[in-house]
Ligand binder design. Structure first.
Ligand SMILES: [Zn+2]
Length: 311
């Protein structure tokens, strides 16, 4: 063995030793700790405060069950079985097969798709609700996710209930190409049906909501709420900065910024207040709806027919 081989082998040993000390992404995800403004924080402590940092008010990302437990009460809901379209319709393969990615995401989240649909009650109002798990391939939308939302909307229509959607999505899933993109139209058409039935559609934008989700059903709510500090965007900040070649504000594309500068958000609501705010707005919307109907009933025979047709 010459001296070059010896030096190379020694270098390899150092590299292996350094890599061993570095915890993998999976190690961090499975540990009892996560990080926030002041460094490591115990997940248990964060959970007691609804996964919101007491120091900086960062609203950490949560999964569907955690979301439903917080807004509707622990296990106070029934998970609905949504349709399962064919996996990987395009037989997609890039750095690894799409089928592999689906398998890993399912194992990681315990969900069949990025979206979970439930039926539940909020302050005695029956509702259908859906939430995204960003950990499932970045909350991206493919055929299964589109079908899940449409199923949820149809359930709301069949049972004359409002539909509430908590978004956390990077946009449409490019592994399904046009099939994914078509979900923007399909879900939008379903929302139109909900509106034709005079049923409220409430959207809660959570961190992050981007791409085609923002460009379609994320922006079609009768009322649009957002959690503090959530990224709400179409294209990412770096892409825009590189295009316009200008320094963008630090709070660019946060929910507060979007509310103030664009007006796409009605109100930025703290996680602890979401349940209360959603139930009050639903009471107002549903009461208003019935008031209009009774008002119309009192006016004329023609409007009575109209109301009957609309209900
Ligand atoms: Zn913090």
């Amino acid at each position: 063995m010459n001296w070059i081989t010896k030096v190379l082998k020694f270098g390899e040993k150092i590299k292996t030793a350094i890599n061993k000390k570095r915890p993998s992404k999976e190690d961090i995800e499975n540990s009892d700790w996560t990080t926030c403004c002041k460094g490591p924080v115990l997940k248990k402590e964060l959970e007691q405060n609804l996964w919101v940092c007491e120091l900086c008010n960062k609203h950490h990302r949560i999964n569907c069950r955690q979301r439903f437990d917080i807004v509707f009460g622990k296990n106070n809901y029934e998970i609905l079985k949504t349709p399962s379209p064919q996996d990987d319709p395009l037989n997609w393969m890039d750095s690894k097969p799409y089928k592999e990615r689906l398998k890993t995401a399912r194992k990681k989240t315990g969900q069949e798709s990025a979206i979970m649909i439930i039926k539940t009650k909020i302050k005695n109002i029956n509702v259908t609700a859906g939430a995204f798990d960003f950990a499932f391939i970045g909350g991206s939308v493919g055929a299964a996710e589109g079908e899940a939302i449409i199923y949820g909307i149809q359930h709301a229509i069949d049972n004359k209930q409002p539909f509430i959607l908590f978004t956390a999505s990077g946009g449409m899933r490019m592994f399904e190409s046009l099939i994914a993109l078509s979900q923007m139209t399909r879900v939008t058409l379903a929302i139109n049906e909900l509106k034709k039935n005079n049923l409220p559609y409430i959207v809660v934008l959570t961190d992050p909501t981007a791409g085609g989700t923002t460009a379609s059903f994320g922006m079609l709510g009768d009322i649009t709420f957002a959690e503090p500090g959530a990224i709400v965007a179409f294209a990412g900040k770096r892409v825009i900065q590189a295009t316009v070649k200008e320094e963008l504000p630090a709070d660019f594309q946060t929910s507060e910024y979007v509310q103030e500068k664009c007006g796409f958000i009605d109100s930025v609501i703290e996680r602890k207040d979401l349940s209360e705010k959603i139930s009050s707005i639903l009471s107002i919307l549903l009461k208003k709806n019935s008031d209009i109907i009774s008002e119309l009933n009192e006016t004329s025979e023609d409007t009575r027919t109209l109301t009957k047709a609309a209900s």
